[in-house]
Design a protein around this ligand. Structure first.
Ligand SMILES: CC(C)(COP(=O)(O)OP(=O)(O)OC[C@H]1O[C@@H](n2cnc3c(N)ncnc32)[C@H](O)[C@@H]1OP(=O)(O)O)[C@@H](O)C(=O)NCCC(=O)NCCS
Length: 202
């Protein structure tokens, strides 16, 4: 017996459009399914709804969704980077994800191509991406689309639960109200490009 409700949506039904604030929940939940703690702890830690909202609110033109039958099946969240004293503008692809039931159908490629067009229109001369170094699928995907010059980036962690301040704080419930400031993944703009002075660049 066929079950249409579980049929794999065809990539040809997928459209790419600018992301709106109403898409935040769907994008966030799709990301939660992709960036799991078990698979990619660093990506999992960085992925949160507030960050998605912040990117959309501040860089709406660089946030795209892939939609099939009104469901979000993919997203690309980008932002622009400018460095004072440099004529260079960068497009930073912060997050890209495609529903795993639809991988390999060119949806990621369409999202990336559309975002690239937008970065070029904005005046970016270089696009940056980052991901976990074990994320071979993403690395191959990026390589297939012209990204290179991979530079390793080290993430380190320290368990603070044995720290005397942490232990003290745990014993005083009123202290637990402290505001938690989220730390985003660091992005390193390549120094070599920053150092190149361009007299006639816009
Ligand atoms: C990376 C990702 C976005 C690719 O999306 P996708 O829709 O499956 O990719 P596409 O079908 O558009 O692939 C385009 C090309 O990328 C390459 N590619 C994509 N996935 C690949 C894989 N798993 N292994 C090797 N190459 C791959 C291929 O060259 C492919 O070209 P082809 O169609 O000629 O084979 C998707 O795998 C994903 O969501 N991964 C989980 C989230 C993630 O890790 N995001 C990156 C970090 S933010």
């Amino acid at each position: 017996m066929s079950d249409d409700t579980h049929a794999r949506p065809l990539a040809s039904t997928v459209t790419i459009r600018e992301m709106g604030i109403d898409d935040v929940a769907a994008v966030f939940h799709l990301g939660e399914r992709l960036f799991t703690a078990k698979k990619w702890p660093n990506l999992y830690r960085s992925w949160d709804a507030h960050d998605v909202m912040t990117i959309v609110a501040s860089h709406n033109a660089f946030c795209l969704v892939a939609v099939s039958n009104e469901s979000v099946v993919g997203f690309a969240l980008g932002s622009s980077l400018e460095k004072r004293g440099s004529a260079w503008r960068y497009g930073y692809l912060e997050w890209i994800g495609v529903d795993s039931s639809m991988n390999g159908q060119g949806i990621g490629k369409r999202l990336l191509n559309r975002l690239t067009e937008r970065f070029i229109k904005y005046g970016a001369r270089m696009m940056l991406v980052d991901t976990d170094m074990e994320n071979q699928a993403a690395i191959q995907f990026f390589k297939a689309h012209g990204f290179g010059n991979a530079a390793p980036h080290v993430y380190m962690s320290r368990n603070l639960t044995a720290h005397p301040d942490y232990v003290r704080k745990k014993s005083k419930p009123e202290d637990t109200q402290a505001t938690v400031q989220r730390q985003r993944r660091p992005i390193r703009v390549p120094d070599a490009e920053i150092a190149i002075p361009e007299a006639n660049s816009a």
